[in-house]
Design a protein around this ligand. Structure first.
Ligand SMILES: [Zn+2]
Ligand SMILES: [Zn+2]
Length: 190
C-alpha cells in the first residue's frame, strides 16, 4: 500500500490509475488538480513548483518542465541518502536546467524515443518528448553522471531489447553518462 502518490501531470497514462480514487494522500499542482476535478480522490495535497516539500520524510522539490501546451508538468528533484536525483518522465525541456540538475547524481528520464519522432511544434515552441540523446546532453552539461530511462516508447519496447540497450549505452558513452533502462520491479538504492 503506498503512503503517498506524487503526480507530475494530468495525462491519462500518468493519472488514470486514480480514476477510482486513492488509498493515500495524492500530491499534485493546482493545474493538475483542476484537470482531475472529477476524480474521486479524497485526500488532495497541493504542490507548488519551485517550493520544496517534505512528504513522508522525503525532501522533494517540484520543478516546472516543458511537455505539453495544455497540460502543465513538473519534474521532481528528490533527496536520497546518496544525493539528489531528478525524476522527469515526460518532458521536452527543463527551464533553468542548472537549478534542476546541478549537483544531481542520477537523472531518471523520458525513454519515449531515441529520435525526434515524438516532438512536435505549436506556435513556434517544441512540445512532446525529448529524444534520449538530448537528455543525456543535458546530464553531461550539468555534470550528472548517471541516467535511467523509464516511460519507454515503441522504439524500445516493440523492438529488439538488446539493440535498444546497446544504442542507449552507445549514446551514454558519447556523452560520458552511465545510461541504463528501467525495468519492472527496479529498486533504487539511493
Ligand atoms: Zn505526458
Ligand atoms: Zn506519459
Amino acid at each position: 500500500m503506498p503512503q503517498a502518490i506524487v503526480l507530475t501531470h494530468a495525462h491519462p497514462d500518468h493519472a488514470d490509475g486514480l480514476s477510482e480514487g486513492a488509498p493515500c494522500p495524492v500530491y499534485a499542482t493546482a493545474e493538475t488538480w483542476e484537470a482531475l476535478a472529477d476524480y474521486p480522490v479524497a485526500n488532495r495535497e497541493l504542490l507548488h513548483p519551485g517550493r520544496p516539500i517534505l512528504i513522508q520524510g522525503v525532501w522533494l522539490a517540484p520543478r516546472p518542465v516543458r511537455h505539453s501546451p495544455r497540460v502543465s508538468t513538473i519534474g521532481l528533484r528528490i533527496r536520497g541518502d546518496k544525493g539528489d536525483f531528478f525524476y522527469a518522465p515526460d518532458l521536452i525541456g527543463i527551464p533553468g536546467p542548472r537549478r534542476a540538475l546541478q549537483g544531481v547524481s542520477l537523472y531518471i528520464g523520458d525513454g519515449s524515443s531515441f529520435t525526434g519522432a515524438l516532438t512536435r511544434e505549436e506556435n513556434g515552441q517544441r512540445y512532446g518528448h525529448a529524444p534520449i540523446p538530448d537528455q543525456l546532453r543535458w546530464c553531461a552539461e550539468q555534470g550528472v553522471a548517471e541516467a535511467i530511462f523509464t516511460h519507454c516508447g515503441e522504439e524500445i519496447v516493440a523492438g529488439d531489447e538488446a539493440q535498444a540497450i546497446s544504442e542507449l549505452e552507445t549514446w551514454g558513452r558519447k556523452f560520458g553518462v552511465r545510461a541504463r533502462l528501467a525495468f519492472h520491479g527496479l529498486e533504487l538504492d539511493w
